[in-house]
Design a binder for this molecule. Structure first.
Ligand code: PLP
Length: 394
């Protein structure tokens, strides 16, 4: 069915949001296949954002773990994460549609900064909604958005994180749809956003697959990515899904990992439900109320997940595991010290899966999506390390 991945997806929105979603779907059908659109986007991706991103072999960790680890370096992109692949794509599409303004939600601030940069580059105005807890824990990114000329609107509702920022952005879009495009930041939300975002992010696996074949003469045994809403992961998975010998792993955030504590792992610990215009795996209580999520990484702190991931899980094509806050911190430290690369805490969740499962996958070639760099997380990492030192003293 249109807009569905198996039983997941759809368009569960108020009637007032149907016209802009239909307009967007029509614009996708019109512009995305056009060669001039593709050439313009490729120019932006290569000469503004810094594609093609390298494939980096990690000699020290590979030796330590007894496997071969390659990183797809989305952390090297302009603005520091994979998010810019999507914002340049959607920004360009919106401009072709005659829209003057971009609005966006953001959690870690990476999508907000990427939207702000795309808007500035494309001569558009941007407004970014951000939960007030995230405004505090990702303050460096708030400053970057302001510097780029974007207005940041703190959202005080609910858990004051990504879920509430999305609610507020959808509300604003209803009233401003004539001249405004909602630049959705992850491969979730009502149809056609999951397809649109996956389309723009699949450049990650298109490049990585070709790079593996060219440099190694073979595909990897494992492809691994962290899963928040699911955009870097679906971008990394898309071009490997048909390669049946490639095992694909998505890593959700288990939060503190203590039983009964909040987490951000809807595929592992949730069940199907409706949030933000889609049916997908969702953290919810017995009555169907959405549960608050928790992760040390703001970008994974979301109770839902994109519908394509729920589908890939349900058909058994992708294995979804979890990593705790502590495991992610340790992986972050490992990559920094062993390889000279400070990863985002989001991407560190994916790396921690490789560390934890090294014995099981001994000798394997592993391709990991390094979705972003860790500069934005330095305060959180310092705070967590101090806390751990205090705990060990007691
Ligand atoms: C570096 C990084 N990785 C991963 C994510 C998670 O988002 P997604 O699951 O859409 O890739 C974020 C979100 O902000 C991010 O900043």
């Amino acid at each position: 069915m249109k807009g569905y991945f198996g039983q997941f997806g759809g368009q569960f929105v108020p009637e007032l949001l149907i016209p802009p979603l239909v307009e967007l779907e029509e614009a996708m059908a019109h512009f995305l296949p056009r060669e001039d659109f593709q050439a313009e986007l490729e120019d932006l991706l290569n000469n503004f954002a810094g594609r093609v991103t390298p494939l980096t072999y990690c000699p020290a960790i590979s030796e330590q773990l007894g496997l071969r680890l390659f990183l797809k370096r989305e952390d090297l992109l302009h603005t520091g994460a994979h998010k810019v692949n999507n914002t340049l794509g959607q920004g360009l599409l919106a401009k072709k549609m005659g829209k003057k303004n971009l609005i966006a939600e953001t959690g870690a601030g990476q999508h907000g900064v990427a939207t702000a940069a795309a808007a500035a580059r494309l001569g558009m105005k941007a407004k970014v909604f951000m939960g007030s807890i995230d405004v505090e824990r990702q303050s460096a990114n708030v400053e970057r958005m302001s510097m780029l000329g974007t207005e940041v609107v703190p959202v005080e509702d609910g858990t004051q994180t990504l879920k509430d920022a999305i609610n507020e952005t959808l509300r604003y879009w209803i009233a401003h749809q004539a001249d405004t495009h909602y630049c959705f930041g992850t491969a979730a939300g009502p149809h056609p956003f999951p397809e649109l975002v996956a389309h723009f992010q699949s450049v990650i696996s298109r490049e990585a697959r070709a790079q593996m074949l060219e440099s190694q003469g073979a595909l990897p045994d494992y492809v691994v990515a962290c899963v928040g809403g699911g955009s870097n992961a679906i971008g990394m998975f898309r071009n490997f899904v048909d390669d049946r010998d490639v095992k694909i792993i998505g890593v959700e955030a288990a939060g503190t990992g203590e039983p009964g504590c909040y987490n951000s792992a809807p595929i592992n610990l949730g069940r199907p439900g409706v949030l933000h215009g889609q049916i997908s795996m969702l953290l919810q209580d017995e009555a169907g109320q959405v549960l608050p999520s928790h992760s040390i990484s703001a970008g994974l702190d979301y109770p839902g997940v994109g519908p394509e991931h729920s589908h890939l899980h349900s058909i058994g094509r992708v294995r979804y595991d979890m990593a705790t806050d502590d495991e992610a911190l340790q992986a972050c430290q490992l990559l920094s010290r062993a390889e000279g690369i400070i990863p985002a805490l989001e991407s560190s969740h994916a790396l921690s899966w490789v560390v934890k499962n090294a014995a099981e996958i001994k000798g394997a070639t592993v391709l990991l999506c390094l979705s972003g760099r860790g500069d934005k997380d330095m305060d959180i990492i310092r705070g967590a390390m101090d806390e751990r030192r205090e705990r060990n003293k007691q």
